[in-house]
Design a protein around this ligand. Structure first.
Ligand code: HPA
Length: 270
């Protein structure tokens, strides 16, 4: 495992001369951020040794290297979802490679169903905490001490300073940013009304099918994390309507400019 991570990191470093502290996983809603990056080089996932290959519609698979808000960044265009059949090691492999490359900050985005009755479809939420509801843990198995501790602390997963800065950015730009708890589930089914209610009662504000595995591995690696969610559909009793992947993409597209603005300004502020 460690050898594979190092081999992949070496390949990327040799190909790109990469030297940056900021990693971004361009999940749903952050496609637009690509246009803001002054791209210096790209690598298709299929050309990178040991990298899994992306399969979901609407998620291209490549690494992008370039400048965003005068900072060097490495961005993943397309992520690996557990529901696609990848193992937890595959889902989180790119984060391990980022760790090896010296990444210090990880920015992630995702699409979610809203559980908090105060949230509307189209709202954006900064993740303050998460509940891991995946059936498998990304750190299960022998711990590699070089990568992080056996029992990582999870008391402050989402960086407080970055969350505070995001709040200021939203105030300065006159839009509302929610803050709350992300429940991570395996999918691929959306939730039944009873499941949405259960996740709400357990303390969740939104529910989605990604992010938690990558974030856990990033924290294990000592990387600072910022997460942001788009509420693409409602799981609030009385407001639930039929939902599809297309609908999720459509709503996410509309919220993209705001999400892009927050990320860009936030990265500038580091
Ligand atoms: N549930 C889980 N994942 C999601 C949802 C949802 O309602 N919407 C977008 N991703």
């Amino acid at each position: 495992m460690l050898e594979k991570i190092k081999e992949t990191a070496r390949y990327i470093a040799e190909r790109t001369g990469f030297n940056a502290e900021i990693g971004i996983i361009l999940g749903t809603g952050l496609g637009g951020l690509v246009k803001e990056i002054e791209i210096e080089s790209t690598l298709d996932y299929r050309d990178i040794p040991n990298f899994p290959v992306s399969t979901v519609e609407g998620h291209a698979g490549r690494l992008i290297f370039g400048k965003l808000g005068n900072k060097d960044v490495m961005a993943m265009q397309g992520r690996f979802h557990y529901y696609e059949g990848y193992s937890m090691q595959e889902v989180t492999f790119p984060v391990r490679v980022m760790q090896q490359l010296g990444i210090k900050f990880l920015f992630v985005s995702n699409a979610t169903g809203g559980l908090n009755p105060d949230y509307k479809v189209g709202d954006i939420m900064v993740i303050s905490d998460h509940i891991n509801f995946f059936p498998e843990h990304p750190l299960r198995g022998p711990n590699i001490a070089e990568l992080g501790p056996r029992f990582p602390d999870m008391s402050r997963v989402y960086d407080e300073r970055l969350r505070y800065s995001a709040k200021l950015i939203s105030l300065e730009n006159d839009f509302n940013l929610k803050e709350g708890v992300y429940v991570g589930v395996s999918g691929p089914t959306f939730e039944t009304p009873a499941e949405y209610l259960m996740f709400r009662n357990l303390g969740g504000d939104v529910v989605g099918m990604s992010t938690v595995p990558e974030v856990i591995v990033a924290r294990h690696a000592g990387i600072k994390v910022f997460g942001i969610s788009i509420i693409t559909d409602s799981g609030v009793p009385g407001q639930i309507v039929e939902i599809s992947h297309e609908e999720v993409q459509k709503v996410a597209m509309k919220a993209e400019p705001k999400m892009t603005l927050v990320l860009k300004k936030l990265i500038e502020s580091i």
